[in-house]
Write a protein that binds this ligand. Structure first.
Ligand code: FAD
Length: 646
């Protein structure tokens, strides 16, 4: 036992096949039990989430013959946060003939994740990547094409090949429309029951199996219990624990956290991705940050003035007084270094006093060279909607003056622990997309979240869930079953408790303060001292929340303060676990930079001897400490080395 957590037994991924890596997925698929078509009709699967992961999974499971109940809190499944994805999706198609291959995508992803992901999973992801593009093209997704009609690609960080397929700056939207129309088809066919504006507030476990969820109808306030033979969480990431992030405002951790409290292990919660190219914070009033896609680093050059405190307008700073610091420090990858590296480099030059814009928290992303080389029309064709978005938000024209950018919270590599079959530690509870702890290790490479979400939803889960469901259908449940009624009671008690506080501080004010603590102490740079302080501040703020929060209105209808209060309450508990995870991992790796663990050049220093494992946390109980279980990572094919992009 330590000051903040207890040590538990090691765990292992018992579903992961061994043997030659290129045959593992095929062998697992063959080894998994099948469910015959007549039996599929008798089996129900709940899918929480309609983003790229949940939408593709629900459509595919229904197409296979299962009965699917789908849930999202938005007013339409196609408003899931995935719609915001801009830059593209990776696939090892090697259309460019520039040396790409499944092995290279596998290699880049394991290396990009700083050797903290599972080889078997990443290899499978690289294999499936090529099928995803075919699937989406067949659906009619309008990927960008070259003059000759072939699918176009562009480059993204952490790769020296061009393997990112895209639809202008709206790739997520176009992919989601593809998944959505497949989903709508199944809704129309009666195979998917769609429940928009419904929020899952609890997981129902009966006899050790996930058997359903408790949901609140966000319009009428009605609380119901919903049953199935298996439950799939595709509820997205938790970056909004930082309050300010590039995520949609609604993104939250509640579905995952409720499952965690019921026994699902939560893996690597401290692995957060800070994206280097976002529009800088403009003031205290702000509630949302905006991403400027990584694709812009294909043609934009990142720089700051060489001199500290140089206040001149960018156009007045001559070439030889500019520091194109990414090109200088990392000549092999230049502006296309991975996100963790680019973010820290931006922070370093700003810390040196060379940042630009208000408060000195910004660096330039400059397109002058690209416009001169390619012409304005070509730049507009590639990035027009991103430039327009930037101009609308900042009032500055990026065709004339460089964009100002700064790192911001963007993606969470941590999430519920799953095995190779994507099943959590609760039998019958599967987790896909950003909600699981994913294949990205300690740092996700750009354009690989869409790849993973769609791989999980279209290809992996539909093959693995049958192995579990072959034992079903399970006992029929009714609302008066003891364990069902208890789960429902938990939801009702919590709502009653939140409404009864009737304090004097808004939910948002607590969320904003929590976010500041997290950004300051568990953001781009973490220290032992800072994390300890954060844990203490979070605990105090959480106690204050439960005494002073004011949730106006009641639970009988639409009440957005009530929705937010429940989500922020869960963020408090998650935030504490994130800090404990970050505190215990005294190495630096990927998005997790511990100031105490850096080399002479200020680069992250990994400690493979002590930390080459997945940290999977068990909920200890309301007043008890979390329990740490370790899953050791083995590297047979991509041997851990110091990650260098120089
Ligand atoms: C601005 C931006 C740009 C990005 N661009 C790219 C890119 O170019 N390439 C790339 O690979 N990745 C990109 N990403 C990352 C990528 O978009 C996400 O990781 C991915 O879309 C997540 O998909 P998902 O299906 O897992 O979750 P989401 O799309 O977040 O969907 C979550 C779903 O779960 C539902 N849900 C959540 N909780 C509950 C609950 N309690 N009850 C009911 N329903 C619930 C929601 O309603 C929603 O339908 C970007 C991210 C951002 C923020």
């Amino acid at each position: 036992m330590t000051e903040f957590y207890e040590d538990g037994d090691n765990i292992a991924d018992t579903k992961a096949p061994d043997g030659p890596i290129e045959t593992r997925w095929e062998r697992r698929r063959f080894g998994a039990k099948l469910v015959n078509p007549a039996n599929k009709r008798k089996l129900t699967v709940i899918v929480v989430g309609t983003g790229l992961a949940g939408g593709s999974a629900a459509a595919t499971l229904a197409e296979l013959g299962y009965h699917v109940k789908s849930y999202c809190y938005q007013d339409s499944p196609r408003r899931a946060h995935s719609i915001a994805a801009q830059g593209g999706i990776n696939a090892a198609k090697n259309y460019r003939g520039d040396g790409d291959s499944i092995h290279r995508l596998f290699y880049d992803t394991v290396k990009g994740g700083d050797f903290r992901s599972r080889e078997s999973n990443v290899r499978r992801l690289a294999e499936i990547s090529v099928e995803i593009i075919d699937q989406c093209v067949a659906q009619g997704v309008p990927f960008a094409r070259e003059y000759g009609g072939l699918l176009d690609t562009r480059s993204f960080g952490g790769a020296q090949v061009s393997r990112t397929f895209y639809a202008r700056g709206q790739t997520g939207q176009q992919l989601l429309l593809g998944a959505y129309q497949a989903l709508e088809r199944q809704i129309g066919a009666g195979n998917v029951e769609m429940n928009a504006r419904h929020e899952m507030l609890e997981l129902i476990i009966v006899d050790g199996r996930a058997r359903g969820i408790v949901v609140r109808d966000l319009v009428s306030g009605e609380i119901t219990t919903e049953f199935a033979d298996a439950v799939v969480l595709a509820s997205g990431g938790y970056g909004n624990v930082f309050y300010l992030s590039t995520n949609a405002k609604g993104c939250n951790v509640t579905a995952s956290w409720r499952a965690h409290r019921k026994g699902a292990l939560f893996a690597n919660p401290c692995y957060t991705q800070i994206h280097p190219t976002c529009i800088p914070v403009s003031g205290d009033h702000q509630s949302k940050l905006t991403l400027m896609s990584e694709s812009l680093r294909n043609d934009g050059r990142v720089w700051v003035p060489k001199a500290k405190g140089d206040q001149r307008a960018p156009g007045a700073i001559p070439e030889d007084e500019r520091d194109y610091y990414l090109e200088r420090i990392y000549p092999a990858f230049g502006n296309l270094v991975p996100r963790d590296i680019a973010s820290r480099a931006a922070k370093n030059v700003c810390d040196e006093g060379r940042g630009v814009g208000p408060g000195g928290l910004g660096v330039y992303l400059d397109f002058a060279d690209a416009i001169q080389r390619l012409g304005r029309a070509a730049v507009e064709a590639k990035y027009g909607n991103l430039f327009e978005m930037y101009q609308r938000i900042t009032g500055e024209d990026p065709y004339e003056v460089p964009m100002r950018i700064y790192p911001a919270v963007h993606y969470t590599m941590g999430g519920l622990w799953v095995d190779y079959d994507l099943q959590s530690t609760i039998p019958g509870l599967f987790v896909i997309g950003e909600a699981n702890f994913s294949d990205h290790g300690a740092n996700r490479l750009g354009a690989s979240a869409l790849m993973q979400g769609l791989a999980d939803g279209y290809f992996v889960l539909p093959n693995t869930i049958g192995d579990y469901l072959a034992a079903g259908p399970f006992e029929k449940l009714t609302a008066d079953h003891d364990q069902v009624a208890a789960a429902r009671q938990q939801v009702e008690d919590r709502i009653t408790r939140l409404l009864a506080i009737n304090g004097d501080r808004t939910v948002d004010s607590f969320h904003r303060e929590l976010g500041r603590i997290m950004w300051e102490y568990c953001g781009m740079e973490r220290t032992d001292e800072g994390l300890r302080k954060a844990i203490s501040l979070i605990r105090d703020l959480k106690a204050e929340f439960w005494q002073r929060v004011r949730v106006p209105g009641d639970g009988e209808g639409l009440n957005q303060s009530l929705e937010k209060a429940g989500r922020v309450a869960d963020f408090f508990e998650l935030a504490e676990l994130m800090c404990i995870d970050a505190l215990h991992r005294t190495e630096s790796c990927g998005g997790h930079f511990r100031a105490e663990s850096q080399d002479a050049d200020g680069e992250a220093k990994r400690d493979d001897e002590h930390f080459s494992y997945v940290a999977a946390w068990e909920w200890g109980g309301e007043d008890a400490q979390p329990v740490l279980h370790k899953e050791d990572l083995d590297f047979e094919y991509v041997h851990p080395s110091t990650r260098s992009y120089k």
